[in-house]
Design a protein around this ligand. Structure first.
Ligand SMILES: Nc1ncnc2c1ncn2[C@@H]1O[C@H](COP(=O)(O)OP(=O)(O)O)[C@@H](O)[C@H]1O
Ligand SMILES: [Mg+2]
Length: 324
């Protein structure tokens, strides 16, 4: 019996979101935001938090610095039910922080990576990591020191019988190194968004990107914002759409989508049902500020899932259905 449904190795930091700033930011002027939200940020933590609240057991491997921001992250993550016993506090180090400035359609994202740039496999308890059914890593490019070691970690995870997934997210250095191909050999599900898929495949043509990447992994899922997502498994093609929602904030939508998709995948669901639940989870995420607020609000979350016909029992488990 695996101790966890999913092991997540990744970063842990807060998102500080300033809403309603003027469109143009001018040096030396003081700009007033209309609202401030301080929430659990970072792709890995948002994924783990929301995946746990869908009713899964999650073991989180990470590091924080010796600062109050790290402690707030840890408390928030722990409240979702994620096991945080393997998050290490490193003295004299600083936890990362993202400052997000949403504009009308797009957003500025200013990130201090902090400890996530430095974490290596020395800080990880790998037997704990392998004691799950599935391994997921987000923000591949932000795990600067760990990145080369991930190939061996994924290889051993596969050897230990885990299934695996990877959401690269953006490469802040815009290099998109081809080294990732070595890791993809051990990845079962790759989950980029459209832009990331094109960058990873070295093309501006989405169809070509899908063709190239789908030859490297058994399941490729490409997320397309309000247009939903497409998937490829070998020659099979799938497309899924999210329910219509009043979108408040896209932060964390992709990570929430991953949580919904993998929730079904580890239960042996068909790709179309994984896509369906991925889209529902992604859409739920955009209904509130930040990447975790819509999931944290249990009444809102349950009502949304019920309305979109993927009800969760009081235990948080999906009710059995055709997709299980
Ligand atoms: N405006 C929206 N309305 C409904 N669902 C959305 C919306 N934006 C995103 N989603 C859902 O979230 C998923 C991921 O969003 P996307 O922006 O493509 O990923 P990322 O956050 O990684 O860039 C989409 O595939 C979709 O299911
Ligand atoms: Mg993303």
């Amino acid at each position: 019996m695996a101790a966890f449904d999913v092991s997540v190795i990744g970063e842990l930091n807060l998102d500080l979101i300033l809403y309603g700033l003027p469109q143009e930011l001018v040096l030396e002027r003081e700009h007033l935001a209309k609202e401030l939200s301080i929430t659990l940020g970072s792709s890995s933590a948002i994924f783990a938090h929301n995946f746990a609240l869908l009713g899964n057991k999650v073991g989180f491997s990470s590091c924080i610095g010796s600062d109050p921001f790290g402690e707030i992250c840890l408390k928030r993550l722990g409240e979702s039910g994620v096991d945080i016993s393997r998050v290490r506090r490193l003295q004299g180090k600083t936890t990362g922080l993202s400052v997000i400035l949403p504009q009308r359609k797009q957003r500025y994202i200013l990130t201090y990576p902090g400890i996530m740039y430095e974490m290596t496999d020395r800080e990880l308890d790998l037997s704990y990591v392998y004691g799950a059914k599935h391994l997921h890593v987000s923000s591949y490019f932000l795990q600067k020191a760990l990145r080369p070691q991930l190939i061996e970690i994924y290889r051993k995870a596969k050897e230990a019988g885990l299934t695996t997934s990877l959401d690269t997210n953006d490469d802040p250095e815009d290099r998109w190194s081809s080294e990732i191909s070595l890791l993809l050999k051990y990845v079962d599900i790759l989950l980029p968004n459209e832009r990331e898929a094109c960058k990873l495949a070295g093309t501006t043509d989405m169809e070509k990107a899908i063709e190239t990447l789908s030859q490297k992994v058994p399941i490729l899922v490409v997320k397309r914002g309000s247009q939903g997502a497409v998937a490829r498994a070998g020659k099979e093609k799938y497309a899924g759409f999210p329910p219509m929602v009043d979108a408040v904030d896209p932060v964390g939508a992709g990570d929430s989508f991953d949580a919904g998709f993998i929730h079904q995948f580890i239960r042996g669901a068909k790709v179309e049902d994984c896509l369906k639940f991925g889209n529902i989870a992604g859409a739920l995420s955009v209904t509130k500020a930040g990447g975790t607020e819509a999931f944290r609000d249990a009444v809102h979350r349950e009502a949304f899932l019920r309305k979109n016909s993927m009800p969760l029992s009081p235990m948080g488990r999906s009710t059995p259905g055709a997709s299980r």
